[in-house]
Design a protein around this ligand. Structure first.
Ligand SMILES: [Fe+2]
Length: 428
């Protein structure tokens, strides 16, 4: 079954809605209550204690098999306020449909008042979908429409959805979107579900939860955050709120990601800055506007070749920005962050220099910027070009494509994929 955003009417209407003038009619601002730092858990515990009667204090803790170990970090606080709890650790990567039904069934049996999601993007997104399935079992997930008069009516059973991220990058905790996988398609396809009621009510940013994030995940999730902030800054869906946060976020990532990648838990200052930056990046992109077509390219590529989301979307970041540069100068505002001046240079020279600096930064944390340089898994040229039609088709039908700053079609997507094989500069 196609999703709402795969219909032609929606595809035709979205570019009009993306115009900054039209966005003045509907420019919303959705954000979770965010508690940061060492006192966050205690403050939230006291908040729950005051807001929920003792007999109704039941929390379902949602994790995957890896993040289950973090339950011990919050147990003490749950006991402090007499909160009953149950742990369900059935989340799987990429959120396949059957896991959502399974989690909703656990809710039916346990009847929780609170959902606590501890983990990365998949855990957060599973929790959001469980919330929908539990509260509205009849809701068709393919037809959840964001915004404009389409309320879902959630929070009749669940009072709070609480997000505790254990990665610094996806920012799903402050995003109104959830990425899930339709396993009935072959190959399975990523589906974006977007609605403001999916937003977590409370987010806890405690650096202890990301202290031991391994170097690869530090790099991949940090680059995802960079792709959110830069991709979204260079679209026409923003407004001054998000322009400001996205610029600050890019500065933070340029400064702290290399440190966080290199020193890990030995540099908690960098860890903490990356945690806040990634949350801001998501807030300024998926949370409230659009992350740019590098996310459509990356979603398609990541799914077909099983590449980590952060690696895939950051690989395509420079191509997305160069493609948009034909119709916007917004990238120029980011040059100073990379230490570049625009004086005495042609526009073309400046753009090339900017893209070069961006790629250098990604290389500095061992991220790839072209397909042939990916080390794991190694993709052969033959295999890649053999799947290029599918890549273009998936990217074209990705929800993010609806918000492309510059009109795009399957042929142009195919061309971008071709150029991305060996890092050719987009010249069309
Ligand atoms: Fe992302």
């Amino acid at each position: 079954m196609p999703t709402w955003y795969e219909s032609q009417v929606i595809k035709d209407l979205m570019p009009i809605l993306g115009a900054r003038a039209v966005r003045g009619i509907e420019t919303n601002f959705f954000l979770s209550r965010i508690y940061t730092g060492k006192s966050a858990l205690l403050k939230v515990a006291r908040y729950l204690e005051a807001g929920i009667n003792k007999e109704k204090r039941r929390a379902l803790i949602i994790t995957d098999s890896f993040t289950k170990k973090f339950v011990k970090n919050i147990e003490e606080y749950l006991k402090l306020i007499d909160m009953n709890y149950k742990v369900w650790s059935g989340v799987l990567p990429e959120v396949p449909f059957p896991t959502i039904d399974e989690g909703a069934k656990v809710c039916e049996e346990y009847n929780p008042k609170i959902l606590i999601a501890i983990g990365g993007g998949s855990v957060m997104d599973t929790a959001k979908m469980i919330l929908v399935k539990y509260e509205k079992p009849e809701q068709n997930l393919f037809m959840i429409l964001p915004s404009i008069g389409a309320a879902l009516g959630l929070r009749k059973k669940i009072k709070y959805l609480i997000a505790i991220p254990t990665t610094a990058g996806t920012g799903s905790e402050v995003a109104t979107a959830a990425l899930i996988t339709d396993t009935s398609r072959d190959p399975p396809k990523k589906i974006e579900v977007v609605h403001e009621e999916l937003l977590a009510d409370i987010t806890i940013l405690d650096p202890e939860f990301i202290k031991d994030l391994p170097p690869f995940l530090t790099m991949a999730t940090g680059l995802d955050a960079l792709a959110h902030a830069m991709g979204s800054f260079t679209t026409n869906w923003g407004n001054p709120y998000f322009d400001a946060t996205n610029k600050a976020t890019i500065q933070e990532i340029i400064k702290y990601l290399p440190r966080s990648y290199k020193y890990g838990g030995r540099d908690m200052e960098a860890r903490s800055h990356m945690q806040v930056a990634s949350t801001l990046a998501a807030f300024g992109s998926y949370g409230n506007q659009a992350p740019g077509i590098n996310h459509a390219l990356g979603h398609s590529f990541g799914k077909i070749f099983s590449i980590h989301h952060g690696i895939a979307v950051s690989l395509f970041l420079s191509y997305g920005i160069t493609f948009k540069a034909k119709v916007t100068e917004r990238w120029m505002q980011l040059c100073p962050i990379f230490g570049l001046t625009l004086e005495n240079k042609s526009r073309d020279e400046s753009l090339k220099e900017f893209i070069h600096s961006l790629k250098n930064f990604i290389h500095s944390v061992d991220g790839p910027t072209c397909v042939k340089d990916i080390k794991e898994p190694k993709i052969s040229k033959e295999e890649y070009f053999g799947k290029i039609d599918k890549l273009a088709d998936y990217a074209m039908n990705d929800a993010v494509t609806l918000t492309s700053y510059r009109p795009i079609n399957e042929e142009l997507y195919r061309k971008i994929f071709e150029y991305a094989w060996d890092g050719e500069f987009i010249d069309f």
